[in-house]
Write a protein that binds this ligand. Sequence first.
Ligand SMILES: O=P(O)(O)OC[C@H]1O[C@@](CO)(OP(=O)(O)O)[C@@H](O)[C@@H]1O
Length: 432
Amino acid sequence: MPSKTNNGVGIQVEDTKICVVMVGLPARGKSYIAQLAATFNVGNYRRHDAPQPTADFFDFSNPEGERKRRAAAEAAVADMLAWFRTGGVVGILDATNSTKERRKWVYDTCTAHGIEVLFVESKCDDEKTIMANIRDVKLTSPDYKGQDPEEAAQDFRNRIKHYEKVYKTIDGDKDEDNYTYLKLMNVGKQVIINRIQDYLQSRIVYYLMNLHIRPRSVWLSRHGESLYNLSGRIGGDMLLSPRGEQYARKLPDLVRESVGDDRPLTVWTSTLKRTIATARFLPAHYNQLQWKALDELDSGVCDGLTYQEIKDRYPEDFAARDEDKYNYRYRGGESYRDVVIRLEPIIMELERSEDILIVTHQAVLRCIYAYFMKKDQAKSPWMNVPLHTLIKLTPRAYGTEEVRYEAHIPAVSTWRGKGSTAKHENPTPESL
Ligand SMILES: O=P(O)(O)OC[C@H]1O[C@@](CO)(OP(=O)(O)O)[C@@H](O)[C@@H]1O
C-alpha cells in the first residue's frame, strides 16, 4: 500500500510518482508543454551521438538511426528512473513516442519500477500552428543551430514525414485502453481523458488542459521604489518615493518599447497601493485587474519592521528564516512556500492567457520568475530582482527567453544576503 502524505495544501494524497509520457508528431508543441517540470528530453540524449542529423536519420528503415534513437530513449528513461529514486514526483519523458511498441516499452518499464504512467498526446492538424512551431523549432532547436533557416525548415518537414509513416495515435482500442491518457486535439479545442485515477493525475490533467501553445510573452515588473524600500522596512502598504513615482511615469515608454503600439496587453497588479500607483500611467485601453493573490508575502508580526528590528525582537525567527528561507513562515504570516501555493490560480490564468504585464512585489516576482525560468523554487528567495526594471519572458519550446529593460532611474537595493541586516546591500554575483 502506498503511504499517505500532506501535499502542502492540506489534502492527503497517495505517495504517487508519475511519469508523464508525451506522444505526438514533431512540431505539435510537446516540448513546449514539457518545459513545465523535470523533463527528460530524448532528443537531448540523441544529440550526444548524433548532434545535427538530417531528416534521413529519422527514416524508420534506417537501422543506424533506429539503434541510436533507441539507445537515447533507454538512456533518458534510465536517468529518469534514477531521478525518481532521489525523490522526484512528476517527471516528463519528452519524445514522440509515436509507435505502440515504444509506448508499451515505456509503460512496462515505468510500472515495473512502481511509477504511474500518464500519456499526454498533442494532436494537431491546424497548419498555422504547425508552421509556427516549425518556425520556432528552426530558430531555437540545437539540431539546426548555425544552419540556413529555410533549409532547416525543409529538413524538419522531411523529418515529420518520416514520423507520419509510423505514427499511431493512442486510440483507446484493446491494446491501449488500459492506459491513463490525455489527448489534446488542436491545442485543447477538444480533449479526451481516459482512466484518470488519482488526485495527482487529475491535478496534472487540470493543469495541462489550461495550457495553450500559441506564442505570447509575460512582462514582469516590481512596483516603483516605495517609501518603505527607502527606509529598509518590509511589507506595509506605502506609496511610492519620488524616484518610484518617476518609474511609474516612465513605465509606459518601457512597455511601448518592448510591446509595440498596437498589441493588446492586460495588466495585473496586486491590491496594494504601490503596485496600483506604478501601473496608473499605462494606456487606458489596457485592461487592468487587481489580484489579492499577487499581494506581497505577508510578514505577519514583522510587517513594517527593518531586518535589524526583526533580529533584535525575534532573534530565533531571524536565524530560522536564514536557515530555510523558503519554508520559514513569519509568525501570523506566510512563507515562500505559502506564496507559491497561493499563486497557483495566477499561474493557471497566466497559462490560459495571451500577453500579460504583472506589476507586483519582490517575493511574488521571485516565485513567478522561477516558475518560467525553471529555477529551483527553494533557492528563489535569495534571488536579486532589481527595482525599476521591466523583464520580458517569452516561453519557447527549448526554454524561456528573457529580455530586461532598465529604466535608468536609480533605486535602493532591497536584496539582503544571508545573515545580514544591512538596509541596502549590494547583491552578490550569485544572486543575479
Ligand atoms: O523575502 P525577503 O528577501 O525578506 O523580501 C521580501 C520583501 O521584499 C519587499 C521589499 O524589501 O517587498 P516589496 O517589493 O513589496 O517592497 C518587502 O516588503 C518584503 O517583505
